[in-house]
Design a binder for this molecule. Structure first.
Ligand code: ZN
Length: 84
């Protein structure tokens, strides 16, 4: 099993969804821009424009060290949702 399939199996087991949609998120306090990624939150009280991470949000929240890298990884992962 390749890394993508392994990760999808893990995410399916832990979140119930193998092909999560990701967003950038404020995973570190005090940054001007979001420097991490987290799966998109389905909680109706969590505004889509709110980049913070709350207890309503699905795991995992991943700190990426910079906004450009976080944005790139979210874009890559979302593109990969449609790959075989
Ligand atoms: Zn949330």
């Amino acid at each position: 099993m390749n890394a993508r399939d392994t990760a999808r199996a893990f995410l399916l087991a832990t979140t119930g969804e193998a092909r999560l949609e990701w967003r950038t998120a404020f995973t570190t306090d005090g940054t001007d821009e979001p420097t991490g990624i987290v799966p998109v939150c389905a909680d109706e009280d969590h505004e889509p424009d709110d980049g913070s991470v709350y207890s309503c949000c699905p795991e995992p929240a991943i700190e990426c060290g910079s906004h450009p890298v976080a944005a790139y990884l979210a874009e890559l992962l979302n593109t990969d949702r449609g790959a075989a």
